[in-house]
Ligand binder design. Structure first.
Ligand code: MSP
Length: 512
């Protein structure tokens, strides 16, 4: 029985090192996975690298290496980025692993043997873009025979290939999407998928004979498997499809394949049809986010607009990095990265917003109460904070479950803003100067510190590092990672007498 929340990222082509476009969906998937862990779900977050295909073989050749050596050298270059981005994946897959070859051969054989002739031999001649690893028809190309995505010349290819009978799956796909209106999100992507199916689906070739860098077809090893057929299968390899039926039953179907919109048709058309042909359930949801743009165009290595994540991490740190991309670019839409807006967000929302709130509250607890969380005898002094915190936690939950990451964060920052404003209204620093205000002062600082505790829980999926530092400064003995929502966001859990400690600023203030 399925009991695991299973979220995947695309597997990345390690023909080069990552840029911030790749890191964008890696971070988003990590935020969603961490949020589900916070809710107490059993979670598997899968990521990895897509190591086969012509593009990889050519990258290796250009470097004067054999493909295996090349991918072995590149793999750590990706993992080091995920490590610095605090990406806590549970499973990592490389498509050159033996277990993956077994799964690819199993799904191929299962489809081959399904009795419907879904795989057949034919000849293909067409235009191929190596960067996309996909064929295009003449009318899809730009003027001068350029790939519509990469704007680079396509190549004429002609081969005897095995084909997958995608055309036979239109009705089943339509039926699947009609019965599951959330199976492709956001809505605009769902409509795109439906129109593609309505326009008519063509069979696609699933094997190659012109080069060797791939998984051989089990019934005809002179052919290797087409890289997309191979790559998509990673999602079931890691779930135990060919190795662990018990795990597979707990994990599959995947809850969310998080992808960029450029690879939608592979995930929302090819993949469910492949699974149907093999007698496996399609994923529950494909969620396609937008692009990071530079100068109005998709950031890419081919166009030399790719920025390596380390460039930003060195300057902004991991917390601001994760926060910025999820907050600044409406999740689901395209958006532009800019250095200026990142400085602006870091300073306004983090250093001056949450950071300032934490440092003021912790400093006052230190000065007026020896760092000990005071009693709060006057409940009314908390004003609207308890109700707001409760409302924010609920709205945040609803947003996060729908991958409304940007609006979810905006919701949390309503509480940050209100808490800062609350302090300005209540003026605890003025109260502290006059005698006889201990009860009021204590009640106000309790409310502010309790708000910080709740904020630490809420931001932990987004900024695990900053949340942990804040938690530590609050001095709460139970570990942050043991907190669960909704119970941990209930008002009043912070124990009076807890020894807080004002540490370093949570977020540095950056020069404009
Ligand atoms: N290997 C395939 C995916 C196979 S999944 C079974 C692939 N790899 S990729 O490295 O080219 O892209 C991986 C992911 O990075 C895709 O989701 C893609 O949308 C994302 N991005 C690459 N550049 C991007 C931007 N400029 N902006 C946002 N995401 C982008 O495709």
């Amino acid at each position: 029985m399925k009991d695991t929340f299973y979220i995947t990222t695309p597997i990345y082509y390690p023909n080069d090192v990552p840029h911030i476009g790749h890191a964008y969906d890696a971070v988003a998937a990590d935020v969603v996975a961490r949020y589900h862990r916070l809710r107490g779900d059993r979670v598997i977050h899968l990521t990895g690298v897509d190591e086969h295909g012509l593009k990889l073989q050519r990258a290796a050749e250009a470097a004067g290496k054999d493909p295996q050596t090349w991918v072995d050298e590149m793999d750590p270059r990706w993992r080091e980025v995920w490590a610095r981005l605090d990406i806590a994946y549970d499973h990592y897959i490389r498509t050159t692993e033996e277990r993956h070859a077994r799964a690819v051969q199993k799904i191929l054989q299962d489809v081959y043997d399904n009795g419907r002739d879904d795989i057949y031999l034919g000849t293909y001649e067409g235009w191929y873009c190596v960067a996309c690893e996909a064929y295009y028809t003449q009318d899809e190309l730009l003027e001068g025979n350029l790939c519509p995505l990469h704007e680079r010349p396509v190549e004429r290819m002609s081969e005897e290939n095995y084909f997958f009978r995608l055309s036979a799956y239109s009705d089943r796909l339509l039926d699947h999407y009609n019965r599951n209106p959330k199976a492709v999100q956001p809505e605009v992507r769902r409509n795109e998928v439906l129109s593609t199916i309505w326009a008519g689906l063509q069979d696609f070739s699933i094997s190659r004979t012109s080069f060797r860098w791939g998984v051989p077809l089990p019934w005809d090893p002179a052919h290797i498997c087409y890289v997309w057929f191979d790559a998509l299968t990673n999602y079931i390899t890691a779930a135990g499809y060919a190795s662990d039926p018990e795990m597979f039953a707990r994990v599959w179907p995947a809850d969310i394949h998080l992808i960029g919109k450029d690879i939608l048709r592979f995930h929302a058309i090819y993949w469910p049809a492949m699974l149907m042909a093999a007698g496996v359930e399609p994923p529950l949801q494909v969620w396609a986010h937008g692009w990071l743009l530079v100068g109005g165009e998709k950031m890419s290595k081919t166009k030399a607009t790719g920025i390596h994540p380390f460039t930003l991490l060195d300057h902004f740190g991991v917390d601001a990095y994760r926060y910025y991309f999820m907050r600044e670019i409406q999740f689901g839409q395209d958006g532009s990265f800019s250095w200026e807006s990142m400085v602006e967000r870091s300073n306004a929302d983090l250093a001056n917003g949450l950071g300032n709130l934490a440092s003021r509250v912790l400093a006052m607890l230190g000065s007026y109460f020896d760092g000990l969380v005071p009693d709060a005898p006057l409940a009314e002094e908390a004003s609207d904070l308890p109700a707001l915190a409760d409302g924010v936690a609920r709205r945040y939950d609803a947003a996060m479950l729908e991958l409304g990451l940007t609006s979810g964060l905006a919701t949390v920052w309503e509480l940050v803003g209100r808490a800062n404003q609350y302090l300005v209204e209540k003026q605890p620093w003025a109260l502290a100067k006059e005698p006889g205000n201990q009860d009021r002062l204590g009640s106000i600082l309790y409310a502010a510190a309790e708000t910080l505790r709740i904020l630490a829980v809420l931001i932990s999926p987004i900024m695990p590092g900053a949340a942990a530092r804040l938690w530590e400064q609050l001095g709460i003995p139970e570990p942050l990672v043991a907190q669960r929502v909704p119970s941990a966001t209930r008002w009043g859990l912070l124990e009076p007498g807890t020894k807080t400690r004002k540490g370093d600023a949570l977020f540095p203030r950056l020069d404009e």
